[in-house]
Ligand binder design. Structure first.
Ligand SMILES: Cc1cc2nc3c(=O)[nH]c(=O)nc-3n(C[C@H](O)[C@H](O)[C@H](O)COP(=O)(O)OP(=O)(O)OC[C@H]3O[C@@H](n4cnc5c(N)ncnc54)[C@H](O)[C@@H]3O)c2cc1C
Length: 385
């Protein structure tokens, strides 16, 4: 297990990098709905996005705890890791289930950031959370698969070279089991774009480069199938714990940012002749948010420790994501309230971070689905869907 003290230099290095990307930078991007190209390039150059790629493929070979610390620091500095966090974990499916040749071919480029693997195509408009009902089909045709269908909320598709795509290769009624018949492909979007792949941006309440993508007879070489045909659902699930832990760490970073901002403002802002933070009605919500954040942080650490020890961490990764997303949202709401009217002013950055952190009780997995997971898999209650 990683010693938390060993991470101080990494945390410091991330903070130093983030200092070059202050509030004005993010406010401008937010207004223009632009992608933080310079920020992502700086993180890539420093090797942070290759944290989880083993050294033999040119990555830093760091632990999940270290990777989580990187994402947490980015958020705690007021920056936003969402435009690039997928570069850290999407490659996990390739690393765990890809062939030796696929790993040799792609991982070094991903580690260097020359190949961006940021797009993850799972969610579809008709099936939503019910992944097993997805309709995008990949049909074998000689040494290719021909893909038809649509994905939605495929974030960063315009800023990625590769997409990890989940598609149905065996019709549901012919599949051996409920979870069989789905396959994972590594799609080279540079070749596929305007060759059967169309990407349309979706404007959202925060500056999140998300899109919908359409596949019309898009040809994917059969050699880009990851693992065995029909077992893709299992491969995707195995990558979700890493995603949950890292996004939970981002939420912890957000919560820390909101709590610091609120405590500092409550100390300084004088109304009725005394700091507003002297009123228990102002200090208690800040203390409550802090307690919530610290409790969630412990669960994130536990999930990361189990993950890096190779143990089952499904329950802990889900609980960490749930507690951390709730903690960051509670801290965001508290921070707006503490700032009164100024919480709404763009130049305080709070309303922007408030919008950004709102996402995490919905995506990448919604609160209800986490509760269902715990109810079924930990408490032995009947499956509700
Ligand atoms: C900004 C953004 C970025 C995203 N990025 C990606 C991405 O890169 N790749 C990708 O594949 N997906 C992505 N997603 C999709 C995200 O994972 C889904 O939005 C999320 O999983 C919920 O699916 P849905 O929106 O279809 O909601 P639905 O499945 O329609 O659910 C709607 C609501 O009903 C609840 N609900 C549904 N079924 C049940 C049930 N059985 N019991 C209790 N409650 C239920 C849900 O919890 C939710 O609150 C992104 C979404 C957003 C908004």
């Amino acid at each position: 297990m990683t010693d938390v003290a060993d991470l101080a230099p990494i945390r410091e290095a991330v903070r130093a990098l983030c200092a070059d990307f202050p509030g004005e930078y993010w406010r401008r991007l937010d207004r223009e709905r632009a992608y933080p190209t310079e920020f992502v390039a700086a993180l890539t150059k420093a090797g942070f996005l290759a944290a989880l790629i083993p050294e033999q493929y040119g990555g830093s070979g760091l632990t999940m705890t270290a990777a989580a610390a990187i994402m947490e620091e980015i958020q705690a500095a007021g920056c936003n890791g969402a435009p690039c966090h997928a570069q850290m974990y999407t490659m996990g499916t390739l690393l765990r289930h890809g062939s030796a040749a696929q790993k040799e071919r792609y991982l070094p480029g991903i580690a260097r950031g020359e190949l961006r693997l940021q797009a993850f195509g799972v969610t579809e408009p008709t099936s939503g959370t019910d992944t097993l009902s997805l309709r995008t089909a990949a049909v074998r045709d000689g040494d290719h698969y021909v893909v038809n269908g649509q994905k939605i909320w495929t974030s960063r598709a315009e800023h990625s070279d590769l997409m990890l795509l989940l598609a149905r290769t065996t019709p549901r009624e012919q599949a051996k089991s409920r979870t069989a018949g789905l396959s994972v492909f590594l799609v080279d979007m540079r070749q596929a774009r305007n060759n059967g792949l169309t990407i349309r941006p979706i404007r959202t309440m925060m500056n999140h480069a998300t899109t919908e993508v359409f596949f019309e007879n898009m040809r994917v070489p059969a050699e880009n199938l990851i693992g065995n045909e029909g077992e893709g659902f299992r491969y995707i699930l195995s990558g979700m714990n890493a995603e949950r832990i890292l996004i939970a760490a981002e939420c912890i970073g957000d919560a820390k940012w909101f709590i610091d901002k609120a405590a500092s403002y409550a100390r300084d802002r004088v109304v009725f002749g005394r700091p507003i933070g002297q009123n228990q009605g102002v200090q208690f919500p800040i203390a409550r948010a802090y307690i919530g954040m610290r409790a969630a942080e412990l669960m994130v650490r536990e999930a990361a420790a189990l993950y890096e020890a190779g143990k089952d961490c499904g329950a802990e990764a889900n609980m960490a994501k749930h507690l951390a997303a709730e903690a960051s949202w509670a801290a965001a709401d508290m921070c707006v309230q503490t700032h009164g009217g100024f919480g709404f002013a763009e130049e305080f950055d709070i309303e922007r971070k408030f919008r950004e952190t709102r996402l995490y009780t919905v995506a990448p997995i919604s609160t209800n689905l986490i509760l269902s997971y715990i109810a079924e898999h930990v408490l032995g209650l009947p499956r509700s869907y």
